[in-house]
Design a protein around this ligand. Structure first.
Ligand SMILES: [Zn+2]
Length: 507
């Protein structure tokens, strides 16, 4: 029996079991003329995006991401519930590890087709996968080797935004998702149906990138539910500027533990803006000491065509770069640490939860002077140093990773200001996503992914209230794309966001 036949039998059984809700029992017959979707990750949780599209022209994957900290079973990453050799092509939405992190493993296990993505995603994909392999090697649990990774890079074929193209037997079109640089929503036309994979969607009106593309029709649509069914304000940049200024005015330094990709670039851009507007002094240096953040900044600088109009204007006014301006310094982490004590400064440092890299070293040096501050941005997992700092734990044992030798611990009284910044997420809130769905003229069933079970279910309920058939799929569940469509009504008004910050994830 061929792998493909084995796979189809398994997929068919899974599909029939799953489709007791609403799809006819003759799925194997109808499968010949209707494409089907099977969900193998990012269902009932945020990480591991991996959607299988089966068509008369073959099998396709949309994203091939890593299961991350929301997954208790690490071994889950080691294999696929389908044969990678049978996959004809991969369509990649963007370069976050929970969307691209298992591409080299797919190659290692026999995939040899093209990987389609935008040019910016290609570059960020290389940068993020290279650094993740380094991390994996350090912990002795790499899923794949450097050669697999290199081969996965060689399989990448760049596609532009906004052009319908014939690729590997189907048609596709990439449009801007506004989430991180190069991120895309992907439409795929197959067997007379159009499926829209919206990937991760960015927030409207955020700095740097354009708003997510409004689509008008699809026979099936996937969207994320990271935030769940809530609305809420984006970051208030003026208030942010006042808070930064207050720290500097009292002679303090500010530490922003932040993830390397996108948030760091947003903050560099904002600090230049605060300087230009006279909110913070022009002579306060901004340091970024994370090599992965420095790489990401260089890639953001290389693709100005994807900036939103305001960022393009700022770039022109700054002499052709948004980031590499006087007052901004990229340094090795140890170099940056040497500047402590020479007056107020701003430190952008990884890791975002203060568990690794240089950020805990900065915190150790800044901790006992009450003029200083640390602003926690984004999700702080329970048990992380960032979470404990925010909880007010003091004294704290801070993990200090030495370049050579084992991690040592500094014990510090936390006398500095500890504050949380919210509204800097690169994910759209549920209200925005349902409004976006309400902008469709006609749409087939909606599949809610990339969120914990409660949040996916409440987003599905929101779509259902708009007259759209909606599902929050389970792992391995299959759905036929029948072509039945609905005209969505207006989105319901959702409650304000919760107090927790789970959705400030950077993936
Ligand atoms: Zn993402």
């Amino acid at each position: 029996m061929s792998n493909r036949r084995q796979f189809l039998a398994a997929a068919s059984a899974a599909g029939l079991a799953a489709l007791s809700a609403g799809v006819p029992a003759d799925a194997t017959v109808r499968r010949r003329r209707n494409p089907s979707l099977t969900f193998y990750g990012a269902v009932g949780r945020v990480s591991g995006s991996c959607h299988l599209l089966e068509t008369s022209r073959g099998l396709y994957l949309i994203d091939c991401g890593l299961f991350m900290s929301d997954t208790p079973d690490r071994d889950e990453n080691a294999s696929f519930p389908f044969d990678p050799k049978e996959v004809r092509a991969v369509f990649l939405t963007h370069a976050h590890a929970d969307h691209n992190g298992r591409l080299p493993l797919l190659v290692k296990q026999g995939f040899g087709g093209p990987i389609y993505c935008t040019d910016a995603t290609r570059d960020l994909n290389r940068a993020t996968l290279r650094s993740s392999l380094t991390v994996g090697e350090g912990e002795g649990r790499s899923l794949y080797g450097r050669r697999d990774q290199q081969k996965s890079f060689e399989l990448v074929e760049v596609v532009p935004y906004n052009r319908r193209l014939s690729k590997s037997g189907v048609d596709c079109r990439y449009t801007d998702a506004g989430h991180i640089l190069g991120s895309a929503m992907i439409e795929i036309w197959a067997d007379g149906r159009k499926i829209l994979f919206s990937g991760d969607m960015g927030p409207d009106g955020a700095p740097l990138l354009c708003d997510p593309t409004q689509h008008r029709d699809a026979d099936a649509v996937l969207f994320e539910s990271t935030y769940g069914a809530v609305r809420g304000a984006a970051a208030n940049y003026e208030a942010f500027g006042r808070r930064v200024r207050a720290v500097l005015d009292r002679g303090g330094s500010l530490l922003l533990p932040t993830f390397a990709l996108h948030k760091t670039q947003t903050l560099i851009h904002l600090f230049h803006g605060l300087r230009e507007d006279g909110v913070i002094p022009r002579d306060v240096p901004v340091f970024c000491d994370s090599p992965s953040a420095q790489q990401a900044t260089a890639i953001y600088d290389a693709f100005p065509q994807y900036l939103d109009p305001a960022a393009k204007a700022a770039r022109a006014a700054r002499g052709g770069t948004l980031f590499y301006r006087p007052g901004f310094y990229e340094a090795r982490d140890d170099d940056t640490l040497l500047t402590h004590g020479n007056g107020p400064a701003i430190y952008l440092s990884t890791s975002g939860m203060l568990d690794h890299a240089a950020a805990p070293k900065h915190l150790s040096r800044l901790a006992e002077d009450p003029r200083n501050a640390v602003f926690l941005i984004g999700y702080q997992a329970p048990g992380s140093v960032g979470h404990r700092v925010r909880s007010g734990e003091s004294p704290m044992r801070l993990p200090i990773e030495e370049r050579f030798g084992p991690t040592r611990y500094d014990v510090r009284e936390l006398k500095l200001e500890v504050d949380t910044l919210s509204g800097f997420s690169s994910h759209a809130k549920g209200q925005q996503i349902l409004n976006w769905l309400g902008g469709f003229d006609s749409v087939g069933p909606a599949y809610v992914v990339h969120g914990d079970p409660d949040r996916a279910a409440e987003m599905a309920a929101g779509a259902t209230a708009m007259g759209v058939q909606a599902h929050a799929p389970r792992e391995g569940q299959s759905f036929e794309v029948t072509g039945e469509r609905f005209a969505p009504g207006p989105a319901p008004t959702l409650p304000e966001r919760r107090a927790d910050d789970f959705a400030e994830l950077d993936s």
